[in-house]
Design a protein around this ligand. Structure first.
Ligand code: ATP
Length: 372
């Protein structure tokens, strides 16, 4: 595996697309002060995932985008791409050993399916664990702050870039990039920092990293185990409760069935009793209907008689009224006759008195005439 090329566009002083081809022989970049040599190193660090703008000699990350010059307007995007040759390594004993070591490691390490798949994919061992003869890693940054990593043209995460170069000595902080002042820093580094550099060079970092990841997984598994135990306890508690509820439910079902059977028997008894009562009532109803018809017939006869009696009474009232009128007329006639009798008697009495008076005068006159 070997660095084959570097392509920059819109990155710092490289406004135009600029390609560096690194041939087999030793390559050096020379130039006067300020011509952009350090910008090349910055570009390599940046594409490998450098996140400190200070380390790239800027204030903020968008400072890496070409800021414009007297005759040229600023770029909208910075892009840096590294190209690696990634041939198949010797498939002899060394590669087999590596593969064997990895297989055992994953077998012990509760490897995920993804990791196992990766080992299978690495069967034809290459410097970079990607099944391609050429690997291109690209980083892009737009002026609006959006950025992308790409591996062979496909979107990737920073973590994918870091995993890709693990233990290759390539990386933003790795020993393969020794920029201005870094030799001094390495000589003055603390034993711990120096150990980190040496471990990276010796290829131990990969295992250290995996140990950290394994430890993290172990911690996560222990957390999961703890929460599973808690869940188990609460599930057991719930199971006990549910068992009690199930026993109650079974008892309820038995009692309910008994209740339903009793209710059915009672309903049958009630049905029979009601049926008998209904039969009795039906025959009584028939009898009463007959009696009612009889009574209606009798009532009709009585009604008829009553109507006839009414007519007779009406005739009698009429007759009595006629008799009363006759009686009244007779009374008037009797009264008039009595008055006439009384007047006649009074006339007779008067005439009698007058006749007596006439008779006396006549007698007197006769006696007077005889005396003469
Ligand atoms: P030295 O040998 O002094 O370290 P050098 O050759 O490494 O110099 P660099 O420091 O890489 O040069 O380049 C500095 C140049 O890059 C300066 O001219 C600066 O104006 C230019 N530069 C840096 N950032 C940008 C940017 N964002 N846009 C345009 N030009 C930039």
């Amino acid at each position: 595996m070997r660095l084959a090329g570097l392509t920059l566009q819109g990155f710092k002083s490289f406004a135009d697309k600029t390609e560096f081809a690194f041939d087999d022989a030793v390559t050096g970049i020379v130039g006067p002060n300020g011509c952009g040599k350090s910008n090349v190193v910055d570009a390599i660090k940046w594409v490998l995932g450098e996140r400190s703008s200070k380390s790239l000699r800027g204030k903020e990350m968008i400072d890496v985008i070409f800021a414009g010059s007297a005759g040229r307007s600023p770029s909208g995007m910075a892009s840096v791409m590294l190209t690696f040759h990634n041939p198949v390594l010797d498939e002899g004993a060394e590669a087999e050993d590596i593969l064997q070591g990895q297989t055992e490691e994953f077998a012990d390490d509760d490897a995920t399916e993804e990791e196992a798949e990766r080992v299978r994919a690495d069967r034809r061992r290459r410097g970079l664990p990607i099944e391609a003869d050429e690997v291109q890693v690209e980083r892009r940054l737009h002026r609006d702050g959006t950025s992308q990593y790409l591996i062979n043209g496909k979107k990737a995460r920073l973590r994918d870039i870091r995993d890709l170069f693990l233990d290759t000595g390539i990386g933003a902080d790795a020993y393969s990039i020794i920029e201005q002042g870094k030799v001094d820093r390495m000589l003055l580094a603390s034993p711990q920092e120096r150990r980190g550099i040496l471990e990276e060079a010796a290829g131990i970092a990969k295992y250290r990293q995996r140990r950290v990841e394994a430890q993290r997984k172990l911690d996560r598994s222990q957390d999961n185990l703890r929460s599973l135990r808690d869940n188990l306890e609460s599930t057991e508690r719930r199971l006990r409760i549910v068992k009690g509820q199930a026993a109650k439910a079974r008892q309820f079902q038995a009692l309910d069935a008994e209740y339903k059977a009793n209710r059915l028997a009672l309903a049958f008894d009630q049905y029979d009793e009601l049926r008998q009562r209904l039969d009795g009532l039906t025959s009584r109803l028939n009898k009463l209907s007959e009696e009612r018809d009889e009574a209606q017939r009798a009532l009709a006869a009585v009604e008829h008689e009553k109507q006839e009696a009414e007519l007779a009474r009406h005739d009698a009232v009429e007759a009595r009224r006629a008799i009363d009128a006759e009686r009244q007329a007779a009374a008037h006639a009797a009264e008039a006759a009595a008055q006439r009798i009384e007047m006649a008697e009074r006339s007779i009495a008067e005439l009698s008195e007058r006749m007596e008076a006439d008779q006396r005068r006549a007698a007197e006159l006769e006696s007077g005439a005889s005396a003469c």
